[in-house]
Design a protein around this ligand. Structure first.
Ligand code: NAP
Length: 247
């Protein structure tokens, strides 16, 4: 683990940031991806925190939905630092609306960032992982990718697509010692869920068996496990981390 090099997309806040800090505590080298120039300050803060916690933090700008930017980022990382052992495909957005009100643009933008972004990152990193004959890929999907959710057709479809992508990648790259797994979080307290109404929150909470919402750290613990030696014979798996929401 101390020598692992980890690329985390969308790591300037929320779940991605917590994953970065968790790896830092293990002494890993962490590449913190952020999408736009406007996010550079937050990304720099995460990089500093990573270094303070005992890891090494570096920031890389790229919009994951644009393949040329992702390829450049990955090639730059490999040329600057030598390798990427772990990809955490975490970047994601929501544009919630009922299908009747959802525009084709709302549909496309969520699919482009969440699903196409995960594909773009996979395509760019596996080239290097194959040469190294080692790789750990962890996708951040969602329980709604399994269950569906009213008002989230675009998001649910993107997250369900990620599960199918993950399993296909597990089959394609297993022989090169590259594992591919998904985490399907339930309701986790971050910027993404912060603006949901009290009624929606109450409704979710009533369905969570453990009667509390998840923390970004709960997802970070699962990500660390799936990329550790303890998980070296696990591939194509979807690890649900939802306090029982999907039961
Ligand atoms: P968040 O705080 O909104 O973080 C999402 C991150 O993705 C942000 O740093 C964001 O950067 C980045 N991002 C957005 N578009 C991007 C792009 N085109 N290229 C690169 N980065 C981009 O939300 P979160 O809760 O931590 O979510 C992290 C992941 O967990 C997402 O995939 C989400 O779908 C998934 N998830 C979350 C929950 C939950 O309850 N929170 C549940 C299930 C799954 P900017 O802020 O600068 O745009």
């Amino acid at each position: 683990m101390p020598n692992q090099s980890v690329l985390i997309t969308g790591a300037s806040q929320g779940i991605g940031k917590q994953i970065a800090l968790k790896y830092a505590q293990k002494g890993a080298t962490v590449y913190i991806n952020y999408p736009f120039e406007s996010e550079i300050e937050n990304a720099e803060k995460v990089a500093n925190d990573v270094t303070e916690l005992g890891g090494k933090g570096y920031i890389y700008e790229a919009d994951v939905s644009v393949f040329s930017q992702v390829k450049k980022m990955v090639d730059d990382i490999v040329s600057d630092h030598g390798k990427i052992d772990v990809l955490i495909a975490n970047a994601g957005i929501t544009k919630d609306k009922l299908v009747m009100r959802m525009s084709p643009e709302d549909w496309a933008s969520v699919i482009n960032v969440n699903l196409t972004g995960s594909f773009n990152c996979t395509k760019a990193v596996t080239k290097h992982m194959m040469k190294a004959r080692y790789g750990r890929i962890v996708y951040i999907s969602s329980v709604v990718g399994i269950m569906g959710n009213a008002g989230q057709a675009n998001y649910s479809a993107s997250k369900g697509g990620i599960i199918a992508l993950c399993k296909s990648v597990a089959k394609e790259f297993g022989a090169r010692n590259i594992t591919s797994n998904c985490i399907a979080p339930g309701y986790i307290e971050t910027e993404m869920t912060k603006n949901l109404s009290e009624d929606v929150n109450k409704e979710f909470l009533s369905r969570v068996s453990l009667k509390c919402f998840g923390k970004a750290e709960d997802i970070a613990n699962a990500a660390l496990f799936l990329s550790s030696d303890q998980a070296s014979y696990i591939t194509g798996h979807v690890l649900v981390v939802d306090g029982g929401l999907s039961l």
